[in-house]
Write a protein that binds this ligand. Structure first.
Ligand SMILES: NC(=O)c1ccc[n+]([C@@H]2O[C@H](COP(=O)([O-])OP(=O)(O)OC[C@H]3O[C@@H](n4cnc5c(N)ncnc54)[C@H](O)[C@@H]3O)[C@@H](O)[C@H]2O)c1
Ligand SMILES: O=C(O)C[C@H](O)C(=O)O
Length: 346
């Protein structure tokens, strides 16, 4: 059932798109043509994400791919009276056509967690799925921006990088691990605790996308609030465990899908704005990075016409955040190496 907050999210997604077009001073048909492909479009994330991308006026062609179920999803979404043409593709033999000409490829394909599992427990199944999808991306749309949602993101992004390197198509500016849901959660939880309007809140979240590798920087949160150390610790823990909170509440029926679709749509919209030359588009994402000694790291990233324009630094950290940063490095390093080794062995 659609609840009021989902409706508000949908309305604001539409409003953001239209007000963006109005601000830029052109009618929707003057915006560049952009093809977005969703791989895993029939899944729990894929369906609402497809809906939200259909609502995005920056998209002209929406390509919905899955191993099964996409004709129905595509037929359904295609009846919505917005700008993009929708085509569904089903099965591996249609993957090439689904990808050809894509500007942005969003990947929510793969299995979700059940209670008691870590994201790394998904590696054995999802690593192979991501590898084969990225092999096809290298072949059919090597210049696309890739938004990786499939878990474990800390390993699937390095897998994608290795696949693209082997194919000779790797461009570090075009590969993104989607960590936007961590930012969405940090903003929501902070607004609740600090009693400030959630729409005004900004909180960077850095590191990776699993447990303690998720490091929200509440010392940089705005609007400023006078929260004590215990509050900051509790907010940090809740943000790090946000995914598990949903997995447990769904009790075996998967992980976050609706909030993830919202977060994935926000991040894809930022990528499209960057491609279209909108200035100062900044989002957190897990990308190739020199911010720490680790080869991939999530931090604020400025998006532009070629993808990543600039990976921004961490800014001043509190002692608590500095400790968190040092504690997350060994786990993040080993998840990255696991991905690299998998891609190079198999
Ligand atoms: N990055 C994040 O913040 C974040 C948040 C939530 C979930 N996730 C991850 O997203 C993934 C998907 O979650 P979900 O809840 O949508 O799962 P789901 O099982 O509901 O849907 C996954 C979809 O992927 C499809 N799929 C499987 N193999 C495929 C292939 N080779 N090619 C194309 N499609 C394929 C399935 O048919 C299914 O429709 C999981 O790995 C989950 O852990 C990430
Ligand atoms: O927690 C999960 O397994 C899914 C996702 O990574 C999330 O953060 O919700």
């Amino acid at each position: 059932m659609v609840n009021p907050s989902m409706l508000r999210s949908l309305r604001s997604a539409v409003a953001r798109g239209s007000s963006h077009l109005a601000r830029r001073g052109y009618a929707s048909d003057a915006v560049p043509e952009r093809k977005v492909a969703v791989l895993g479009a029939a899944g729990g994330i894929g369906q609402p994400l497809s809906l939200l991308m259909k609502l995005n006026p920056l998209v002209t062609s929406l390509s919905l791919y899955d191993i099964a179920g996409t004709p129905g999803v595509a037929a359904d979404v295609s009846h919505i009276n917005t700008r993009s043409e929708v085509v569904g593709y089903q099965g591996e033999e249609e993957l090439g056509k689904a990808l050809e000409g894509s500007d942005v490829v969003i990947i929510p394909a793969g299995v979700p967690r059940k209670p008691g599992m870590t994201r790394d427990d998904l590696f054995n199944i999802n690593a192979g799925i991501v590898k084969s999808l990225c092999t096809a991306i290298a072949k059919y749309c090597p210049n696309a921006l890739v938004n990786m949602i499939s878990n474990p993101v800390n390993s699937t992004v390095p897998i994608a990088a290795e696949v693209f390197k082997k194919a000779g198509t790797y461009n570090e500016k075009k590969l993104f691990g989607v960590t936007t849901l961590d930012v969405v959660r940090a903003k929501t939880f902070y607004a609740g605790k600090a009693k400030v309007p959630v729409a005004e809140v900004n909180v960077p979240v850095v590191g990776g996308h699993a447990g303690i590798t998720i490091l929200p920087l509440f010392s940089q949160a705005t609007p400023k609030a006078n929260l004590g150390d215990d509050d900051i610790k509790a907010l940090t823990k809740r943000t790090q465990d946000g995914g598990t909170e949903v997995v447990e509440a769904k009790a075996g029926k998967g992980s976050a899908t609706l909030s993830m679709a919202y977060a994935g749509a926000l991040f894809a919209d930022a990528c499209l704005k960057g491609l279209n030359g909108v200035p100062d588009v900044v989002e957190c994402s897990f990308v190739q990075s020199n911010v720490t000694e680790l080869p991939f790291f999530a931090s604020k990233v400025r998006l532009g016409k070629n993808g990543v324009e600039e990976v921004l630094g961490l800014g001043p950290l509190s002692d608590y955040e500095n400790q968190g940063l040092e504690s997350l490095k060994p786990e993040l390093k080993s998840s990255i190496e696991k991905g690299i080794n998998f891609a190079n062995k198999s």
